[in-house]
Design a protein around this ligand. Sequence first.
Ligand SMILES: Nc1ncnc2c1ncn2[C@@H]1O[C@H](COP(=O)(O)OP(=O)(O)O)[C@@H](O)[C@H]1O
Ligand SMILES: [Mg+2]
Length: 310
Amino acid sequence: MIEAINLIKKYGDYTAVNNVNINIKKGELFGLLGPNGAGKSTIVSMISSVLIPDSGEIKIDQKTLKGNEREIKSIIGVVPQELALYETLNTKDNLRFFGSLYGLKGKKLNKRVEEVIDLIGLREKANQPVEEYSGGMKRRVNIGIALMHNPQIIILDEPTVGIDPQSRNHILKTIKRLNKEKGITVIYTSHYMEEVEYLCNRIGIIDYGKLIALGTKEELKNRTDACDVLQITYSNVDEEIVHKIENIQGVEKVAILKQSVKILINPKKRSAIDIVDELKKLGITITSFSYQEVNLETIFLQLTGKTLRD
Ligand SMILES: Nc1ncnc2c1ncn2[C@@H]1O[C@H](COP(=O)(O)OP(=O)(O)O)[C@@H](O)[C@H]1O
Ligand SMILES: [Mg+2]
């Protein structure tokens, strides 16, 4: 349903999106996961025709976006990273205003406003100016605005950053529901691994403008080289020991943090217990350790050598 083919976007000399290929099927909940500055917003802005790619092509429903922007925009709802609403208006009037921009009027508009208010769970506050809302509630109004014209596709760009946990849960549940009950195709960008893991069927991992992995959760976790992560804190840190750890059989990579190291282990080759034994043999005094089975965070660490929160 959504295809990005060899997409490139530069800001001056800097290539923010570097030859990205994505194919999203109808009804899919697609997650774009990557750290700040990875290029997520630039990609979704091109898909929602806010930015024009330098090269490459975008197709929606098998139609080329270029030249068909108006028609294609009518089936997409966009929730941008920055809030876009009228603070002095209440929820109802925001929804009415943006709904009318989409051509809704009369009874149809009134009906849709009421439906959307329930969908975003703001019935009690619907007549209060948006400026009196919490950040999370404002974000929910923005989602409501994007839903007014009953889009087939909804694009949400980091909708849960800096908001209260209650609104966050409401947003995640609403997206899941829209996808399940209405079959809406979703593109969801985030740098929160847990959200993408909870929400999405297929995931693209992006770093420095490049798509470095793409697949279902299971596909990503079952990569033959997928690593678990053993994080240890030890007293006698020095470069030489790190080098020795790297040479232990079954250790794929060592990432050095301030007070500890993360040791990436291929569980298909060697168990964590084996590795801990080897560390003891090297004379390392472990003061604490934790073990993390392969997940999106460990995959990201393995692919890039850094954590998503760096
Ligand atoms: N208008 C702009 N002008 C110059 N550089 C930009 C502009 N917008 C984004 N960038 C740069 O492009 C890169 C990707 O940005 P962005 O797509 O916003 O990443 P993300 O959404 O993943 O945080 C970043 O390095 C950012 O600083
Ligand atoms: Mg962004």
